[in-house]
Write a protein that binds this ligand. Structure first.
Ligand SMILES: [Zn+2]
Length: 355
C-alpha cells in the first residue's frame, strides 16, 4: 500500500483523452487477451478479458442468494455497455440460467419471466418496480425470490416494497472499468469489498487517505493482466467501515455511493458535499426538510442551512454545531415556515454569481 501511494492518481474523466492518445486503450490493454469491447459515456472504452466471470460477479450473486439452476431475468442493457455481461459471466459461473431481457419491452419481459419460472432478477431497482407494477396490472404472476440491483440508488421504501413481496433484494457496487468492487451481505449495512481489487478512500483534492468512516473519493486499483488500472479515481464518494460485520466476513465495508465529487461546492476554501449535508440532517430527526445554500455577502462566502423543523428553540444552535463537526465550517441556521422547501430539491445549492 505504501508503494501504491507513490503512483499518480488516474482520473476517470481523463480516460477518453488518454485512450485516444495511445493504442490499445491508453496503452494498458493486452490485445491478445481482449474478447469484447464496450463503450460507456465519455466515451470511455472498456475491454473484457478471457475466462469465466471476468468481472468478478459470481461471489456477488452468490452472496445475494442466487444459486445453480436458478432462472434469472437479466434486464441490464446488452448493448455497448458492460453491465449485462458482468452479470452474465457471474450467472454462468454459478450455473444459473439467464434470460437476456435487456432494456424495455416491460410486458414481454414480465410474461417471459412468468412463463419461464424466473426466480431471480438482476437490473436497476426502478425497472424491477416497473416490471412488478405492469405484471400486477396484467394479472401476470412473477415468482422472483432474489434480486441483485445496482447502477441506481435504492431508496429504503422501494427495498421494503420488494421485500414485502418476498424478494430478497441486495445491492452491489462496481464500475464499467474494473467490474465488481463491493456487495451487500444479508445484513445490508454497507457493502463488503471484494478482494479482486484494492480500494482507497481519499480526500479528492489532497489525495491523502481519509480516516475510517469519513467521506472521500473511491479510488480503485485492479491488477488485471488484460487491462490493469492503477489508482483510478472514480468520482464516487463513499466511506469505509473497518469494524467486523455480523455476518462474519472480515472484509471492510463501504457505505454505498454517497454522491459524486463533482457535486462538491467550495466554501471559504473548504469543499462541502451533499453527502455531508445529508449526514448532518440525519442527526436531527426533528428537521423535516432542509437545504444548504452558499451565498456571497461582500467578499465572504456564507453557508446557510435552511430548515423546516418543529424543534426546540436551541435546535438552530445544535444544528450549527453538527455542521461544524461534519464539515469544519460555521453555518448560519435559518428556520423557515413549513412548505418553503420543495420535496426532491437539491440539498446543497450554490447561489453565488461570479459575473
Ligand atoms: Zn456482512
Amino acid at each position: 500500500m505504501e508503494r501504491l501511494r507513490t503512483v499518480p492518481i488516474l482520473r476517470k474523466e481523463d480516460l477518453p483523452a488518454l485512450q485516444g492518445k495511445r493504442w490499445p486503450l491508453g496503452g494498458w490493454a493486452s490485445w491478445d487477451r481482449v474478447r469484447r469491447l464496450f463503450r460507456s459515456p465519455g466515451p470511455i472504452y472498456e475491454p473484457e478479458g478471457p475466462g469465466p466471470d471476468y468481472w468478478g460477479c459470481a461471489p456477488v450473486l452468490h452472496a445475494a442468494g442466487f444459486r445453480a439452476g436458478d432462472v434469472v431475468l437479466n434486464s441490464f442493457s446488452y448493448h455497448l455497455t458492460p453491465a449485462a455481461w458482468m452479470v452474465e459471466g457471474g450467472l454462468s459461473a454459478i450455473g444459473a440460467v439467464a434470460i437476456p431481457g435487456g432494456v424495455g419491452n416491460t410486458e414481454m419481459q414480465a410474461r417471459a419471466a412468468s412463463e419461464l419460472g424466473a426466480t431471480g432478477y438482476t437490473g436497476t431497482p426502478s425497472f424491477l418496480a416497473a416490471l412488478l407494477e405492469r405484471a400486477d396490472e396484467l394479472g401476470i404472476v412473477l415468482r422472483f425470490e432474489v434480486a441483485l440491483v445496482t447502477a441506481e440508488p435504492l431508496p429504503q421504501a422501494l427495498r421494503d416494497r420488494f421485500e414485502a413481496r418476498g424478494i430478497r433484494t441486495q445491492q452491489a457496487y462496481g464500475t464499467a472499468d474494473v467490474g465488481m468492487v463491493a456487495y451487500e451481505c444479508p445484513y445490508k449495512r454497507g457493502m463488503h469489498l471484494l478482494d479482486r481489487c484494492l480500494v482507497e478512500i481519499l480526500d479528492p483534492h489532497t489525495h491523502e487517505p481519509v480516516r475510517p468512516g469519513e467521506v472521500g473519493e473511491v479510488v480503485v486499483t485492479l491488477l488485471d493482466p488484460t487491462y490493469p488500472l492503477l489508482r483510478l479515481a472514480t468520482g464516487d464518494l463513499s466511506a469505509l467501515w473497518e469494524e467486523p460485520c455480523t455476518c462474519g466476513r472480515t472484509a471492510p465495508r463501504m457505505q454505498g455511493v454517497l454522491g459524486r465529487v463533482a457535486e462538491a461546492v467550495k466554501v471559504r476554501g473548504t469543499f462541502v458535499y451533499p453527502a455531508q449535508v445529508r449526514a448532518v440532517a440525519a442527526r436531527h430527526v426533528e428537521v423535516r426538510r432542509y437545504q444548504f445554500v452558499v451565498r456571497r455577502t461582500g467578499d465572504r462566502d456564507e453557508l446557510v442551512a435552511r430548515l423546516e423543523a418543529a424543534g426546540p428553540p436551541e435546535l438552530a444552535e445544535r444544528f450549527a454545531q453538527s455542521v461544524r463537526e461534519v464539515t469544519g465550517l460555521r453555518a448560519q441556521v435559518e428556520l423557515v415556515p413549513e412548505g418553503t422547501l420543495q420535496d426532491g430539491a437539491p440539498v446543497l445549492v450554490d447561489e453565488r454569481r461570479w459575473d
